[in-house]
Design a protein around this ligand. Structure first.
Ligand SMILES: Nc1ncnc2c1ncn2[C@@H]1O[C@H](COP(=O)(O)OP(=O)(O)OP(=O)(O)O)[C@@H](O)[C@H]1O
Ligand SMILES: [Mg+2]
Length: 235
């Protein structure tokens, strides 16, 4: 385990009935810089985030900033500094946008929450019930909730899905400015290689629950196996 890793996973396996979502996976996520996790549909990207935050059971070990969190339940991992968003946003539909964001902190951080909604461009929606939001804005509310919570690591599952090119870059800029300010490491699952190349320093490529390649975006683009398995299908 490297001390400069915010997350270190060793021999991690997640199996559902008949499907091995993660297969003896070992990865380190550096403290510094943004790490992107890419790979084809079903590669195990969401399962990896779910394993890290404790929402699915598996085998292997997980260290957060050098501390073994393998045995901790999800709520204690959250308290230890793991925040995340979901591929399909999970909001309380009967609560307002502002109350949904405040759910992440359970304290009187209302001013900070309003400022954050402003920076993410949805402050006008503060008192709107979550149920009334279009999908793209639901995602922003979830991201705001995770950002306000802060912590050591923020796991984003396809944060830019459904957004246009300019919107996606604006979102990444706002998120990274925020995580930079709070000293939080950003990890994002993302299909859009252009977005990954712009915003991530490190890339982890998964395929069939295994580590296919890792390195800088430029290195990943130069790997023929990665291109054949994944990137080739996208161009
Ligand atoms: N709760 C579950 N029950 C059964 N099988 C599951 C479950 N969650 C994931 N899987 C299976 O595990 C494998 C990995 O799925 P996962 O959602 O982690 O992939 P992914 O890389 O996030 O894919 P996508 O790009 O489509 O989001 C797939 O074969 C999937 O069908
Ligand atoms: Mg997924």
């Amino acid at each position: 385990m490297s001390i400069s890793a915010v997350l270190s996973l060793r021999r991690c396996t997640v199996a559902f009935a008949g499907v091995t979502a993660l297969d003896d996976l070992g990865v380190d996520i550096p403290v510094e810089g943004v790490t992107a996790i890419i790979g084809p549909n079903g590669a195990g990207k969401s399962s990896l985030l779910n394993l890290i935050c404790g929402l699915v059971a598996g085998t292997g070990t997980i260290h957060l900033a050098g501390r073994d969190i393998t045995a901790l339940p999800a709520y204690r991992r959250a308290a230890a500094g793991v925040a995340r968003t979901f591929q399909t946003p999970v909001l309380c539909d009967d609560l307002s946008v502002l109350d949904n964001v405040l759910l992440g902190v359970l304290s009187s951080k209302k001013k900070a929450a309003v400022e954050l909604l402003d920076r993410l461009g949805i402050v006008a929606r503060s008192t709107t019930k979550a149920a009334a939001l279009p999908h793209g804005e639901r995602r922003l509310v979830e991201i705001a909730r995770a950002l306000l919570r802060g912590g050591r690591v923020l796991l984003l599952d396809e944060p830019a899905a459904g957004l246009g090119h300019a919107q996606a870059h604006q979102l990444m800029e706002a998120v990274i400015a925020e995580t930079h300010r709070t000293g939080t490491t950003t990890v994002l699952v993302e299909h859009n290689m252009e977005l990954v190349s712009t915003w991530a320093e490190h890339v982890i490529v998964l395929a069939q629950g295994r580590l296919l390649a890792q390195g800088t975006p430029a290195h990943i683009r130069s790997q023929q196996e990665v291109i054949d398995t994944y990137l080739g299908a996208m161009t």
